[in-house]
Design a protein around this ligand. Structure first.
Ligand code: ATP
Ligand code: MG
Length: 644
């Protein structure tokens, strides 16, 4: 049975059980700024699970398109994709365990035709600490269901995941009790952290066993359903929302909900008994196209092909839902998917444009079942092929930078070569090319090889070190997405820092020397700047400031800094500072100066970080633009500006 048929049969199955088929939510959640993507079927339904009335009634079913950017590193294994569909059915205070488990079992065994002997289930072991009993009801239902199919189903006590690796599975066991880390759901993470008033409940998961996959002891000594080796694959998860936490402990809710989510792709792989999800009908045609384009075999290049197939499918669906590649939020994830796919294609020797051949294959897989995919087909192909062109330009730029960085070795970190023999491609250089210009690591190495430049023996270690630091910085930045602040250190932050200095100076030139900085806030998306000025700026003044900034970006000012005693910086040298800022004895002063000039355009006290050259601000054809000029408080104006 194909994945498409499974989707349809699932919807029909629950329709016959009085469920209303509801449309999928878009991949970009509407009215929810706390998360970038719809990552489960439940997510758009949370208000209804918490008690709001759903207009379609108390029994719902759908297939929800999901994107989990957090699974990007898992792609390449046998069962994770960033984009997938989650089949879902819900009872809003209607039916409960005694209906849910038999229905799902019936669907899997009688409709899809899975062998019940390959199904294993888990259920909640209970929590003494919280006074919640084990879910013996679920275990009893499962026992009964298996027994009707003539399949032995002994119960087994596991507890934690670690216990599972120690204990493994014994003959005849099929129903496994796990603790709250595995079989308890609430909106947060640990059961202990649930606040009073918060609903939650036990879950029961179903796993399919690919019995010819041998357990890999790298994951743990023994295999068990929640082991990550790939032998057992989770295909569905029923949540029984029946408890609410109170000050006194856990109490039963008057209205009990069921929330079920099962991966369509996972069920489809079980249906063809393939331990590789990429062999299913919604993915394999894409891989075949790649085989044709590259002339390489999937079996010989499995990881790279999986990444390309997955990423292009995800990016395609993002385009269907109106996302365009950019440097922020959803657009950034989409850009990352497309570019990563193109880079992995290099490994297959595909160096020419190929998205125009692959994207139509993907669109065709979905256009019959998702009318919006059919309707937006041309636009989607255009959006993706355009991004491919932009990226190839970036790559060309990267090559030029390679020349500059490696041949003139102007890394600026004391990494100077005294002569040709010392010339080495270092991990820091590889990282800089990768981070700043998006230039792939393998390409840096290849280019070095072509030019007979040795690669430093610790290049990989150093590169990893830089990556690690970068990840920590961007995690900090991601946490600050909604907080703003000066915490971030990504390239995007640096660009906005630099743009802020240029704009500060441009404001003073345009409005006068009374302009003093009163505050600044930078995110990856924009800069915000408060300054003293009594009047609203006129459109002409705004335009003039923009023009000055863009001219200085074009002039490609060199950005550098030096430390000075504070008095000297302020009084003698006239460095700009911010109103109310307290400085120590010494300050860092950033200077932005044109090659030909004898006086810097900007000379400002600041902790940084900044880009090295102002022309970096116009990468990808970006220009500086003031979006908003408004009053912040008496005598203080506020500007929001972007590089777009
Ligand atoms: P896993 O442990 O396999 O990552 P999960 O615990 O993250 O799964 P849930 O959040 O319970 O999964 O999602 C419900 C269902 O969605 C899972 O049972 C699985 O079938 C499917 N699913 C989850 N993540 C993915 C993914 N990255 N690709 C494909 N299917 C997925
Ligand atoms: Mg997961």
């Amino acid at each position: 049975m194909t994945a498409q048929e499974i989707r349809q049969k699932y919807l029909d199955f629950f329709k016959a059980k009085q469920h209303v088929v509801i449309p999928r939510a878009l991949l970009v959640p509407q009215n929810d700024p706390t998360t970038l993507f719809t990552g489960s079927g439940m997510q758009p339904l949370i208000p209804y699970l918490l008690g709001e009335k759903h207009p379609a009634g108390t029994r719902l079913v759908d297939s929800q398109t999901c994107l989990r950017a957090q699974d990007i590193e898992e792609v390449g294994d046998n069962r994770h994709t960033t984009f997938f569909e989650m089949l879902g059915n819900w009872s809003l205070g209607d039916y409960f365990e005694a209906e849910q488990l038999p229905w799902f079992f019936e669907f899997l065994t009688d409709v899809v035709g899975l062998d019940p002997k390959k199904l294993y289930v888990t259920t909640f072991i209970g929590s003494e600490q919280h006074g919640i009993p084990r879910d013996t009801e679920a275990a009893g239902i499962w026992k009964d269901l298996f027994s009707k199919k003539g399949v032995e189903a002994k119960e087994a006590e596991i507890g934690s995941e670690t216990d599972g690796y120690k204990r493994g599975v014994k003959t005849g066991e099929r129903i496994f009790y796990y603790n709250a880390d595995k079989n308890w759901w609430w909106r947060g993470d640990k059961i202990d952290d649930m606040p009073p008033g918060e609903p939650g409940g036990p879950t029961s998961e179903v796993f399919y066993e690919f019995d010819f996959v041998k357990h890999n002891p790298e994951y743990g000594e023994h295999c068990h359903p929640n082991c990550d080796c790939g032998r057992f694959v989770e295909i569905g998860n029923s949540v029984f929302m029946v408890y609410v936490r109170t000050e006194a402990g856990f109490e039963q809710l008057p209205k009990r909900n069921v929330d079920f989510g099962g991966g369509l792709e996972r069920i489809a792989m079980a249906a063809i008994d393939s331990p590789d999800v990429f062999k299913i009908s919604l993915l394999w045609p894409i891989a075949e196209k790649l085989e044709e384009i590259s002339g390489k075999k999937y079996d010989a290049h499995t990881s790279a092909m999986r990444v390309i197939v997955d990423h292009l499918r995800g990016a395609t669906f993002l385009a269907v839902d109106g996302v365009v590649p950019s440097n922020k939020e959803q657009g950034y994830v989409m850009r990352r998917l497309v570019r990563r796919a193109i880079r992995f294609a290099f490994e297959l020797g595909v160096e020419q444009n190929f998205l125009e051949q692959v994207v139509p294959v993907i669109a065709s897989l979905y256009q019959d079942d998702f009318p919006e995919a059919a309707a937006s087909r041309d636009k989607v192909i255009e959006v993706l092929t355009r991004e491919e062109k932009v990226f190839r330009q970036t790559l060309r730029k990267g090559l030029q930078e390679f020349e500059k960085i490696v041949l003139t070795s102007s890394l600026g970190d004391g990494d100077h070569f005294r002569n040709d023999l010392e010339r080495r491609l270092s991990g820091q250089m590889i990282f800089k090319l990768y981070d700043t210009y998006g230039f792939p690591v393998e390409l840096s190495k290849e280019e070095a090889f072509k030019r007979d430049i040795a690669i430093a023996s610790d290049a990989d270690v150093q590169f990893e070190k830089c990556m690690h630091e970068q990840r920590q910085r961007s995690q900090t930045a991601a946490k600050g997405v909604f907080k703003g602040g000066l915490g971030g250190q990504t390239l995007q932050h640096k660009k906005y820092h630099t743009a802020t200095h240029l704009m500060y100076q441009a404001l003073r030139q345009t409005l006068g020397d009374h302009v003093i900085q009163h505050g600044s806030n930078i995110t990856e998306e924009r800069l915000r700047f408060d300054f003293s000025h009594p009047d609203k700026m006129t459109p002409e003044q705004i335009k003039q400031v923009e023009d000055i900034v863009n001219a200085q970006i074009d002039n490609d000012l060199k950005v550098s800094y030096a430390e000075y005693p504070t008095n000297q910086a302020r009084e003698e040298l006239g460095a700009l500072g911010a109103f109310g800022d307290r400085y120590g004895d010494k300050v860092k002063v950033y200077k932005m100066i044109a090659d030909s000039a004898d006086k810097p355009f900007s000379f400002e006290i600041c902790g940084g970080p900044h880009v090295d050259h102002t022309a970096q601000l116009k990468e990808d054809g970006k220009r500086f633009k003031i979006l908003k000029e408004e009053s912040s408080s008496a005598g203080i104006r506020r500007i929001k500006a972007v590089l777009a």
